[in-house]
Ligand binder design. Structure first.
Ligand SMILES: NC(=O)c1ccc[n+]([C@@H]2O[C@H](COP(=O)([O-])OP(=O)(O)OC[C@H]3O[C@@H](n4cnc5c(N)ncnc54)[C@H](O)[C@@H]3O)[C@@H](O)[C@H]2O)c1
Length: 396
């Protein structure tokens, strides 16, 4: 039985990933320090429904399925905590028993501060983002170097690392011809926020670890994810993942659907031509699983662009409006002054065949998929807080 260690296992993507691997018979250990939940409390962001603690969720999962997910609560920005996951020194009542240490074949690294507006709230949140994200990645690389060199790291990066260049975006690498000579380099990156900048730096750190220590790394350049339910969470509402619809932690499709449900005009920033690649939460799980099944080689930094299709903000708003209206809702689209510094009309043509080539079968954003999300959000309509939807965190 293969052991998967999930860093950031309490998060929007981490928890469904844990259920997914556990359901498929893997030994699963999740680690988290509740950074995200604490940030939600600190910033008073609304959540669609309350979510049990990580330990409670693991218990619910075990009662429902008989399968065990091991839980460790630890701050991975602390190098000793990170190393304790590998050398057996991390001891909690409920934590890893020795048999689990040092043998995770796969480490899925989600444990970061994932929000662009959070990183630009003020100097303090910029500092938290930089130090948290870079330290976790650096600590992981050193722990794997020292204790588990053959383990495969699957790291979540972001398509935002590339920005919106005026050329096609390749999957991570670009061959460059210069003065008659050729070489392959990381695709040029130009992040649009401090959060995205930490992801660029993460990639550089991992590339260093791969070159120096022959680590095996897959870096998944993911687009914004949408969705709530996965096959595994369906069996019990309490297994549903954390769902934010606020400006800080909510992702756009999740936000638009929530706004439509309470009649809050869909907040299109500026001209609305900002185009990005998107994917269903179920596809995040597939992408990580397929990457796990086909690990990077020792000394390889393998990069995939993890998106299934592209949309402009206007297209997403129009789709949400169409589906909302078909359900009898009144849905208005409103262009508001863009608080971000970004191109509102631009060229965007990323390559994203790699993951499908290793077996991922895309779930596209159809009216049916949107309707199923509306069904869930409407169940919790009374919990939705209008005051957290838009606060206008400014880039400038
Ligand atoms: N959700 C998206 O649309 C999206 C898109 C692209 C990339 N990503 C990336 O995917 C990853 C997961 O994203 P998410 O949406 O699940 O975010 P999330 O905030 O829900 O999950 C991250 C988890 O990591 C934990 N964490 C953070 N710092 C930690 C630390 N120092 N020690 C231990 N745990 C820590 C948090 O508490 C949280 O539970 C992130 O790296 C994010 O940058 C997400």
């Amino acid at each position: 039985m293969s052991h998967v260690l999930i860093l950031g296992g309490d998060g929007y993507l981490g928890w469904p990933t844990a259920l997914y691997f556990s359901e498929r018979g893997y030994q699963v250990t999740v680690v988290d320090n509740y950074f995200r939940r604490n940030a939600c409390t600190e910033l008073d962001t609304g959540m669609l429904y309350p979510v049990p603690t990580l330990l409670e969720r693991a218990e619910i999962w075990q009662k429902q399925t008989g399968r065990e997910i091991k839980v460790v609560i630890a701050d991975l920005a602390d190098p000793e905590r990170m190393r304790g996951l590998f050398d057996g020194s991390l001891q909690y009542d409920w934590a890893l028993d020795k048999a689990f240490t040092g043998i995770a074949q796969t480490i899925v690294h989600y444990a970061e501060q994932p929000s662009a507006p959070y990183s630009l709230l003020d100097y303090k949140h910029a500092d938290i983002t930089l130090s948290n994200n870079l330290r976790v990645t650096n600590n992981l690389l050193w722990a794997v170097r020292d204790f588990a060199r053959d383990s495969h790291i699957i790291k979540l990066g972001t398509m935002g690392e590339y920005g919106t260049p005026d050329i096609d975006i390749e999957e991570g690498w670009l061959e460059i011809e210069h003065k008659g000579r050729k070489d392959k380099f990381l695709f040029p990156r130009q992040a649009g926020s401090l959060y995205h900048t930490t992801k660029v730096m993460d990639t550089d750190l991992m590339w260093f670890g791969v070159r120096m220590w022959n680590l095996r790394v897959t870096d998944l350049m993911q687009g914004p994810v949408y969705g709530i339910e996965t096959e595994e969470s369906r069996i019990d509402d309490r297994l549903n993942t954390i769902f934010n619809y606020d400006e800080i932690f909510g992702t756009i499709v999740n936000r638009f659907i929530t706004q439509a449900v309470i009649g809050y005009p869909l907040t299109v920033y500026g001209a609305g031509g900002q185009t990005r690649g998107y994917l269903n939460i179920k596809d995040t799980l597939q992408c990580v699983h397929m990457s796990e099944l086909t690990p990077a080689e020792s000394g390889e930094l393998r990069i995939f662009n993890q998106i299934m299709e592209t949309f402009s903000v206007n297209q997403l708003a129009e789709m949400t409006q169409r589906v909302g209206v078909s359900r009898g809702l009144e849905v208005e689209i409103k262009s508001i002054e863009n608080p971000r510094k970004e191109a509102e009309e631009h060229y965007y043509n990323p390559t994203y065949q790699g993951l499908q080539a290793i077996g991922v079968k895309p779930n596209y954003l159809t009216d049916e998929v949107m309707n199923s999300m509306f069904d869930i959000v409407e169940r919790y309509r009374d919990n939705i807080r209008e005051d957290v939807i838009f606060k206008g965190v400014k880039w400038g």
